[in-house]
Design a protein around this ligand. Structure first.
Ligand code: DUC
Ligand code: ZN
Ligand code: ZN
Ligand code: ZN
Length: 483
């Protein structure tokens, strides 16, 4: 059975042109004029783009005493409904747990996935077992390792552990990721705020200002440079972090920044809403920031100093958020966004002229596929690529409402926002998963996408080659150490 998408305009990261697309057995088999197929999808007035890839989700994740509320069923339905055809989730070993044991647990979560998915592996502690298993993890098709510089006493790794892990990534041709916030300072300021009686959700924002993110981003970049490895910085939310990334790029380092749709479109005033639930539902790390930071992030997307737009989708119900009544440090950190990332970015980015359609495709799909090493299987409209496609209707409008969403939570942080630009059809490896806005996806259709290490971008410009082979220097009266 073949399907032809007719009368649309193909939009890729670098081209815009009219053509039909023919799909068979889950792949694009022809691009051209006058193509014929068993089924026809009419794309008149629409753009045909690579399906979105969300490089940063937390589905059914154990976190802060509970589990994030969207699993691989509701989470991937939400993704498809908004034009995202692949998610990259995080396997998260608990401290002391082996990476392969954690991977087994995450493998078992995915049976109901409606769209394709991949994993990053988190390095939450350091030891010989982790060092050894990192290689086995790359052999399983996971080429990205996440490091938390915050969540002290839980997920956080120290600089020496991060350095060791980054060096291991360099050896393996893998890419380290960082959640860049100074965890010591966040812990210190949280304790101080609480002791002074600041218990509400607004104190969450006070406890992690942009300086803690700027400092940690710069530190991670310098450590990556010493280790001779590229670096991917997740949820870049502020000018200070963006500045560190810009500077690194100018100095020839392979560093990528990933703003979230939430930070681009929502600001810190949300935390001062007198409704506790409203404010707590928006508690995430890093927190929402002011306009200065938002302008910086938009400029980064336009200029290319920031590379990808994600969601960090980590949704908690109002009931779960209420664990933190009377103590903001107990509010589970995280917000949803999977269903809204593409329409929100189109509305606030393309429709306003901040980014072009081609930049939209780059930052929601193609750049991600290239960095994460699944291009051109994903992120491309090319013969031989997976038929993960979105037929995007730029005239279609809706007002975002929790009542109509796929996500399992009882609210939406974008509630009431009107978006213009929505999928008419979404195709997941050839299967039509959204038809005229209605979900027609299949539970269990999603498959794991293996991403090999040692990509062309998997080598950094190492500035300190001596590290891998230290050579002692003998000085007068002082014996050379080492061998
Ligand atoms: N930030 C969040 O808000 N939630 C999940 C993890 C994270 O880093
Ligand atoms: Zn994070
Ligand atoms: Zn995250
Ligand atoms: Zn199918």
């Amino acid at each position: 059975m073949s399907t032809v998408i007719k009368n649309g305009t193909i939009v890729t990261a670098d081209l815009t042109y009219k053509s039909d697309v023919l799909v068979e057995d889950g792949q694009i088999i022809a691009i051209g004029h006058g193509l014929k197929g068993d089924t026809v999808l009419d794309a008149t007035g629409c753009y045909v783009m690579p399906g979105g890839i969300d490089p940063h989700t937390h589905l059914e994740m154990p976190f802060m005493g509970t589990y994030s509320a969207d699993d691989f069923d509701s989470g991937t339905r939400a993704a498809l409904a908004g034009g995202t055809t692949m998610v990259v989730d995080f396997a998260l070993p608990s401290p002391g747990q082996g990476l392969l044991d954690a991977l087994k647990i995450w493998d078992n979560k995915t049976a109901r996935a409606h769209c394709d998915y991949s994993f990053h592996m988190a390095v939450t502690w350091w030891g010989e077992q982790v060092f050894d298993e990192m290689k086995a993890v790359t052999e399983r098709g996971i080429n990205t390792f996440k490091h938390f510089m915050a969540y002290k006493g839980a997920l956080m790794v120290n600089d020496d552990e991060m350095f060791a892990s980054f060096r291991r990534c360099a050896e393996l041709g893998a890419i380290p990721l960082v959640h860049a916030e100074n965890g010591d300072l966040v812990a210190e300021m949280s304790a101080k705020l609480l002791a002074e009686g600041n218990t509400g959700p607004e104190a969450h924002a006070y406890s992690r200002p942009s300086q803690v993110e700027g400092e940690a981003t710069n530190r991670a970049i310098m450590i990556a440079d010493m280790a001779g490895v590229p670096l991917y910085v997740v949820h870049t939310s502020c000018e200070e972090a963006h500045e560190a990334i810009r500077r690194a790029k100018m100095n020839g380092k392979r560093v990528w920044g990933e703003p979230l749709i939430q930070h681009l479109t929502l600001d810190e005033s949300e935390y001062f809403n007198p409704d506790w639930d409203h404010a707590a539902r928006r508690v995430m790390s890093p927190p929402f920031r002011d306009k200065r930071h938002q302008d910086s992030l938009w400029a980064g997307l336009a200029s290319g100093t920031l590379s990808c737009v994600a969601t960090d989708h980590c949704a908690f119900t109002t009931e779960q958020k209420r664990f933190g009544v009377g103590n903001f440090t107990k509010i589970p950190n995280g917000t949803g966004g999977l269903e809204d990332r593409m329409p929100m970015l189109w509305t606030y980015g393309v429709n306003t002229g901040r980014i072009t359609m081609n930049e939209f495709v780059a930052v929601t799909s193609t750049n991600i596929a290239k960095i994460m090493n699944c291009y051109p299987k994903k992120g491309a409209v090319l013969v031989g690529a997976d038929a993960d496609l979105v037929v995007w209707d730029p005239e279609k409008e809706k007002t975002i409402s929790a009542k109509a969403q796929q996500s399992a939570i009882d609210y939406n942080v974008f509630e009431g926002k009107t978006v213009k630009g929505l999928p008419r059809y979404v195709m997941s490896r050839g299967h039509v998963a959204v038809t005229d806005g209605a979900l027609t996806s299949v539970e269990g259709h999603g498959k794991f996408v293996a991403r090999a290490p040692g990509t062309p971008v998997g080598k950094a410009l190492s500035t300190w080659k001596a590290l891998t082979n230290p050579r002692p220097v003998a000085r007068a009266g002082i014996p050379a150490s080492g061998v």
